[in-house]
Design a protein around this ligand. Structure first.
Ligand code: OAD
Length: 252
């Protein structure tokens, strides 16, 4: 006996499945919630989120790095260890599968963990950078150094500047190429899916507004309400690791 269709397992709206089957260009925006089921803490969840235990202005700003580079470096080294121990979960894998099932899918992620690529997604725009890469805080060029076990930022071999993680901090602009790529994909998409993000941080949160202006169907996947929920065409309340595999299975 074959598996029951996903819509029989989970209450997925049939109209949404129709929209997904017809979509020519899907944009998916992911946030920390999609990696939560891989064991990586989110930022804003009340008890477990990183910002419940740490102060962003002391750890994730250019000023913080100037004030106390060792502290910032060690915090990123700790996060790197957590991320290195994590594996893609069913949600990441379902998005990689979905990319092969629709004519075009652009995946924009605010996550810096690289788990979408590990899961097999090919078209990934890393809106907030990647924690596995490093760059010089002076000349801004990428630096390829082995940082394992370091407790202070290494020095750039070119100019001697301090090396920092290649991520976007509060107050810093999104890399231009990423912004342009995301905005032009959103302007052309017919379906926009926001997964596991609190939809609070700009300019990522604004992508959903752009998608709406472009006439796209807006879908949200999140166990909690966000500022996007009330305006989404479909707000699917639940975990990405359950709902995304159901969507991908329904399409397959
Ligand atoms: P947040 O921590 O703000 O939000 C995570 C969202 O994931 C919340 O809305 C949760 O309800 C939801 N969530 C939790 N578990 C989930 C699950 N299993 N499935 C689906 N959703 C789940 O994280 P982001 O929105 O990614 O930026 O935060 C945006 C940016 O703020 C981050 O990229 C980071 C942070 O400060 C910088 O560091 C610049």
């Amino acid at each position: 006996m074959g598996r029951p269709p996903a819509e029989a397992v989970l209450p997925l709206p049939l109209q949404l499945l129709d929209g997904l089957r017809r979509a020519r260009h899907v944009v998916v925006l992911t946030g920390a919630g999609i990696s939560a089921e891989s064991g990586i803490p989110t930022f804003r969840d009340a008890l477990t989120g990183l910002w419940a235990r740490f102060r962003p202005e002391e750890l994730a700003t250019p000023d913080a790095f100037v004030r106390d580079p060792d502290l910032v470096w060690q915090w990123y080294q700790w996060r790197r260890e957590q991320i290195a121990a994590a594996r893609p979960n069913a949600g990441h894998l379902a998005l990689a599968a979905l990319e092969r099932l629709v004519p075009r899918l652009t995946l924009v992620t605010q996550n810096v963990d690289g788990l979408h690529q590990q899961a097999g997604s090919r078209q990934v725009v890393e809106f907030h950078g990647n924690i596995h890469r490093n760059r010089c805080s002076m000349d801004q060029e990428l630096v390829d150094v082995d940082v394992r076990g370091t407790r202070r930022p290494p020095r750039c071999p070119r100019c001697g500047g301090m090396v920092r993680p290649d991520v976007v901090w509060f107050g810093e602009p999104i890399p231009r190429a990423c912004l342009v790529q995301s905005q032009s994909a959103v302007a052309r998409c017919d379906l926009f899916v926001s997964v596991g993000t609190s939809a609070l941080v700009e300019p990522a949160a604004g992508l959903a507004r752009l998608a709406r202006e472009a006439g796209a169907v807006i879908v949200e996947i999140n166990p909690a309400e966000t500022p996007l929920t009330s305006s989404a065409d479909y707000a699917l309340q639940g975990a990405a690791g359950q709902l995304l595999p159901a969507l991908a299975a329904a399409l397959a």
